[in-house]
Design a protein around this ligand. Structure first.
Ligand SMILES: N[C@@H](CCC(=O)N[C@@H](CS)C(=O)NCC(=O)O)C(=O)O
Length: 206
């Protein structure tokens, strides 16, 4: 069974549309943004600690991130909505999936946030601080007693998140995120990581 936790005026419309296109049975729990702050209600945090939408429950497993949700739902229920995995089009498909929530999203979001700045209200610094704390805490909690993000071995998730973890550590002057620190130490002990660093150092030392 699929349950979509849907927030109004949000990326969750991606998932709602996809579910309709797929034509599979699903349930929707609706959440409404606060009129003044535009934030999601606290109740969303009971579903996923970041308190963002979309989130789905898929046979009891909570899945966040609209890109991951799109990929999983299509893989399991609507494979006709993805090109074959061994095709060039699949490469393009994956690039667009990731682009939509990374390089393509940040610039327009910054524009939206800048619009909220007024003479009376400085929005961005407070927002950046509060959202950073949410993300840093979430990642730190997820890494408790773990060497790698997924299961007990190195995966693609580590190659991606390691770069973020390094940035987080730069901001952690008070040592608030010890599990992130340990995670990085663990990754940095890997031979391949050290080789990559050595290659970079050799090249740029010139
Ligand atoms: N990268 C996430 C972003 C999720 C996200 O930021 N959702 C926004 C709505 S577009 C949200 O829930 N905002 C409410 C809040 O921050 O309180 C995704 O693609 O699902």
């Amino acid at each position: 069974m699929i349950t979509l936790h849907h927030l109004n005026e949000s990326r969750s419309i991606r998932t709602l549309w996809l579910l309709e296109e797929m034509g599979v049975p699903y349930k929707t729990e609706f959440y409404t943004r606060d009129r003044a702050t535009h934030f999601a209600p606290e109740s969303l945090k009971a579903i996923h600690p970041l308190g963002k939408s979309p989130v789905i429950e898929l046979n009891g497993k909570v899945v966040a991130e609209s890109g991951a949700i799109t990929e999983i739902l299509i893989e399991r229920f609507a494979p006709h909505l993805a090109p074959p995995k061994d095709s060039d089009e699949y490469v393009e498909y994956l690039q667009w999936l990731h682009f939509s929530e990374s390089s393509a999203m940040l610039p327009p979001l910054l524009q939206v946030f800048m619009q909220r700045e007024t003479a009376e209200l400085v929005f961005l610094p407070g927002y950046a601080k509060a959202e950073s704390k949410k993300v840093f805490t979430y990642l730190n909690d997820q890494l408790e007693n773990k060497d790698y993000l997924v299961g007990s071995k190195l995966s693609g998730a580590d190659f991606m998140m390691f770069f973020v973890a390094e940035i987080i550590q730069r901001f952690d002057s008070k040592g608030e995120y010890p599990h992130i620190k340990k995670y990085l130490q663990n990754l940095k002990a890997l031979e391949s990581w050290q080789q990559a660093q050595a290659i970079e150092a050799r090249h740029y030392a010139k």
